[in-house]
Write a protein that binds this ligand. Structure first.
Ligand code: SAM
Length: 272
């Protein structure tokens, strides 16, 4: 009996029209659907007329359930995994199940769809060829501030998930860690009725959220532009000065002077 497939199925983050036809067909066709919250996923399934049985898979039973699911997959059944919203495993359970299935040689196949982080990046207008997904910041204020301090020099765009309970505090902490003027974008309630995308400096955004209760309601993705890469700028200038000096001085002396003048590392200039 060939093993079945574990399908990882993205579901909408708001607008139900975002469930793909292939996702629907797969959810109807599998033997069972592992879901984070069977009540919430049950509502989604009944909306789409999917009557496939649901299995509860959450943080506390993931290891035990994974074993049972792998046995069923090995016995030839195909199953799906969904989370409450968006793409499973992205700040959601599922990684232990996927790891167990892969370790057992099971095919794990993605059905891509909504993901709040990617949807938010796609409308932010911030550099997005490289970004770092930070998920949720720690709930405890001291741990959150330490984490933000560690990220202050990160040059890639930073992407955070945040809830309505902590959005105001997190923005205030980001402003303190990254500075008032750092460009940022706040994406709220994407694909839903009150979808709002605000951009400005961290100081602007924090003030707007503090001043308007409505801007603290719902679900948020906070994106912060990375720190300016000063080293890059110093290197460009260092190489320019090195080239000029090198016309009149030996390379080692030219590199030493160019490094002193521009602040670029001498070793990076020598022979450049
Ligand atoms: N797995 C999901 C995904 O693919 O985006 C994320 C699950 S995580 C538990 C939930 C968080 O995602 C929310 O607190 C919020 O930060 C973000 N989020 C989910 N839906 C959103 C939406 N419609 N608009 C903005 N952010 C959203």
């Amino acid at each position: 009996m060939p093993a079945g497939t574990l399908f990882i199925v993205a579901t909408p983050i708001g607008n139900l029209g975002d469930l793909t036809p292939r996702a629907l067909e797969t959810l109807r066709g599998v033997a069972a659907i592992c879901a984070e919250d069977t009540r919430r996923s049950g509502q989604l399934m009944s909306h789409f007329g999917v009557s496939t049985p649901l299995l509860a898979l959450h943080e506390h039973n993931e290891d035990a359930l994974s074993q049972r699911v792998v046995e069923r997959l090995l016995a030839g059944e195909s199953l799906a995994l969904v989370s409450d919203a968006g793409t499973p495993l992205v700040s959601d359970p599922g990684f232990r199940l996927v790891r167990a299935a892969r370790a057992a040689g099971i095919k794990v196949s993605p059905l891509p769809g909504a993901c709040a982080a990617i949807a938010a990046l796609s409308v932010a207008g911030l550099p997005s060829d490289r970004f770092t997904f930070e998920g949720f910041l720690p709930a405890k204020a001291s741990a959150r501030r330490e984490q933000l301090q560690r990220l202050a020099g990160e040059t890639r765009t930073l992407v955070f998930y945040e809830s309505s309970h902590r959005i105001a505090e997190s923005l205030a902490d980001m402003r303190a860690a990254f500075g008032d003027d750092r460009p940022a974008v706040l994406a709220r309630e994407l694909t839903k009725l009150f979808e709002t995308v605000l951009d400005g400096t961290l100081a602007d955004l924090q003030q707007r959220v503090e001043a308007d209760d409505n801007q603290r309601k719902g679900e948020f993705v906070v994106m912060v532009q990375g720190a300016g890469d000063d080293l890059d700028a110093r290197l460009v200038e260092g190489r320019r000065v090195y080239a000029l000096l090198n016309e009149h001085l030996p390379p080692s002396a030219a590199a030493k002077l160019a490094a002193e003048i521009t602040g670029a590392p001498r070793k990076a200039l020598y022979g450049s």
